[in-house]
Design a binder for this molecule. Sequence first.
Ligand code: NAD
Length: 349
Amino acid sequence: MNEIFEKISSYGHEQVVYCNDKNTGLKAIIAIHNTILGPSLGGCRMYPYQSDSAALEDVLRLSKGMTYKASISNLNLGGGKAVIIGDPKKVKTSELLKSFGRFVDTLNGRYITAEDVGMTVEDMEHIRSQTKHVTGITQSLGGSGDPSIFTALGVFIGMKAALKKKYQTESFDNLKVGIQGFGKVGYYLSKHLFEAGAKIYGFDVDQERLSIVCKEFGVTPIPNGDLMNLDLDIFSPCALGGIINPQTIQSLKCQIIAGAANNQLLDEKRESKTINDRNILYVPDYVINAGGLMNVANELTGYDSSKATKQVEGIYDTLLEIFNLSEHQNLSTIEAANLIAEKRIQDSK
Ligand code: NAD
C-alpha cells in the first residue's frame, strides 16, 4: 500500500489536501480528520518543518486531537488542522496567506481555519479576505478576538476540578504551581492564579516574557530543568508538547499535571501508565485547553462572550466526569476522556 495512505488510515482521516502555490511559495497541508459531528475546525500552524513528512505527521496528530477536543467539549464540530511549511518570521507574506485562504475556500466549509502557533489575528484577516471559513478574527470585525484568554480561564477552572478531586478543596491559597511557558496562555493563567493566592514558580526561554510575570504576578523564576523536580502541587506545561516523557517523568514531584500545551504526553499509553503508578493526577490536555476552541466556535453562530464563558465553565463538570470514570473503570484519565469523546461520535452516527 502507498505509505502516505497507510499513515492517513492509521490516524483514521477522511481527507488530506496538499496545497502548492509556486507564485507565493505556499506549501501547506490541510488535514480533515472527522466530520461526523460537524465541519472540521482547527488552527493553522506555520512552522519551519525539517521535512514534508514531519509536517504531515504534525498535521495528522493535531487534527485528530481536534476531533476529540470538539467532541468532549459538546461542540457540533469535527477535527481539522492545517500547517504551512516555512519560518513565519522569514517567508510569511499577505500574498501567501491569501493563497492559503483560497485553498481553504475550495473545501466549501468542510474545514474552518483559525489561529495557531506562528499565526496572528491579523494574519487571519488576510485569509478572511479570500474565504469566509475562518474564525478567530478581531472583535472589531465581529470576531471573538484572542482565544488565549478563554484557554487560560479553562485551564484555571480545570485546575479547580483537579484540586477538588485530589485535595477535596478548590482553594489555591498558598498552593505551589509551576508553569512552563509564559506566553499568551501562561500570562493570563498566572493572573488568575496570582489573584487566587497561589505561589507561582516558572520558566520561559524568553527572558522578557519571564520578567513580565515576575514583576506583575510575583512569579519566582526557576531554571527549566529544576522546575520539573520541584515539590509542586500543580505542574502546568504551557509551552511545548511531549514534555512528559521517559526522561522527565521520574523526576516529577508534583501531585497534579494541568496545563495548556497540546500533546503533553510523548507516548499517551506509556506515559499515562507511569503517571498513574506514581499517583499523579493527569488532567487530559485536550479537555482542559478547549476554552479557546469553545470561544472561536461561537463565531459560527454569532459571537456571544457570555455564552462562551459558560461553556468554558463546563470544563469543570466534564473533568469530574472523566476523573470518576477513570477511578471506577480503572482507566487512566486520558483513556477515560477518549472513551467519552469516542462515544459521543459513535452515538451521533
Ligand atoms: P505562545 O507561543 O504565546 O507561548 C509559548 C511560550 O512558551 C513562549 O513564551 C515561549 O517563549 C515559551 N517557551 C518555548 N519553549 C520553551 C521551553 N523549552 N521552556 C519554557 N518556555 C518555553 O503560545 P500560547 O498561545 O501561550 O500556547 C501555549 C501552549 O498551549 C501551546 O502548546 C499551544 O499549542 C497550547 N494551546 C494554546 C491555545 C491558545 O488559545 N493559545 C489553545 C490550546 C492549546
